[in-house]
Each structure stands twice: as C-alpha cells, then as structure tokens.
Design a protein around this ligand. Structure first.
Ligand code: SF4
Ligand code: SF4
Length: 176
C-alpha cells in the first residue's frame, strides 16, 4: 500500500494528525460530492475512521472541521488547484504544525467585539454566524505573539505559557 498523506488539523483546540485525508478528499471530489450536501458529513467521518481513531465525544467537532477542510479542498480543486494542504513553514527547525502555539477562544466569554480580527496580522480567526469568533487557522499564528490576547477585554483568549517554547529551542526537545 502506498504511503498515506498526513495532515495536522486543530480540532476543538487540540492538534490532531490525520492519515489519508488527501486521498479521501480526492475520492469524494472525483465523485463530485458537494461539500454541503447532507450526506457529506457521514461520508467524511466514515472515510477518516478507516485510518484514524475519532473519540466519540469529539465527533461533532471532527465533523465541523472535516466539512470545512473538504470545502476548501473542493473549491481549490474546482478552480484548477492541487488541493494540497497549506505549507505552514518551520519554526526553529520544527514543522510549524508541531509547535502548539495558537490562541484558544472561550465562546462563553467572547462578546464578538472583533478586536482580535482587527489586530491579528494573519488569517487565524474568523467570525462565526452566531456573532462570535473562532480559530480557523491555528498554525498561521506567529509563534511568541500575544497581541490578540492583549486586545481582548473580556479575556476570552488564552495563549500558551511562553516557557513552553523553551523545549523547542535549539533542538532541546531532541536532547531530552
Ligand atoms: S477580542 Fe475577544 S471578545 Fe472580541 S471577538 Fe475576539 S475573542 Fe471575542
Ligand atoms: S497571537 Fe498574534 S498572530 Fe497569533 S492569533 Fe493572536 S494576533 Fe494573530
């Protein structure tokens, strides 16, 4: 069997590495499966489960992210693109997806004021239909930045402790 593709996604605030996503997306695209058709969610869940474990309590969160990612893939392929996952680059020699530095938004505390959207120089956040903000591209977040957290008056944004980054500096993680 050929090597399967590997993609890291952020699901409910936790990075999840998934095998075989590109192959699944391509197969659905080839079948002209529309991303927003009612049955697409179940087709995605079933396909992902062939090579990955999805915890039951996280099923809704997986479904939401998988449909969003498939929509990106479908739209990119429909306009002549390769559908390839985004290249997030590296940080201090590590693939960016391996550095768990990104904001987490508390939906209970978020007032939807939009300040985080204004101050963030990257496309990390997106406004939701219900007037809140969610993290859609965690690995675009600049490692070490905290601007959105400082701008958020109701303290709805959490960032990791800076000291967490020490273990990734200068190859220290490999040395331990
Ligand atoms: S700044 Fe804070 S309260 Fe305002 S939209 Fe962003 S997360 Fe929500
Ligand atoms: S920490 Fe900086 S780069 Fe990251 S989401 Fe907040 S404002 Fe954007």
């Amino acid at each position: 069997m050929p090597d399967l593709s590997y993609r890291m996604l952020q699901i409910a605030g936790v990075p999840a590495g998934l095998l075989g996503l590109d192959e699944l997306f391509e197969a659905l695209f080839e079948e002209n499966q529309p991303p927003d058709a009612p049955e697409t969610l179940q087709l995605l869940i079933k396909g992902v489960r062939k090579h990955n474990f999805i915890p039951k309590p996280a099923m809704d969160d997986y479904g939401k992210v998988l449909v969003r990612e498939y929509r990106h893939y479908f739209n990119d392929r429909s306009s002549g693109g390769s559908g390839a996952g985004r290249d997030y680059g590296q940080w201090d020699g590590y693939p960016r997806e391996q550095i768990p530095w990104f904001p987490t938004v508390s939906l209970e505390l978020c007032t939807g004021c939009g300040k985080c959207l204004e101050v963030c120089p990257k496309d990390v956040f997106e406004a939701t239909k219900d007037g809140k903000v969610e993290v859609v591209e965690p690995f675009l977040c600049i490692v070490g930045c905290c601007m959105c957290k400082s701008a958020c008056d109701p303290h709805a944004i959490l960032m990791p402790e800076r000291s967490m980054l020490d273990q990734y500096r200068h190859g220290q993680r490999h040395a331990t």
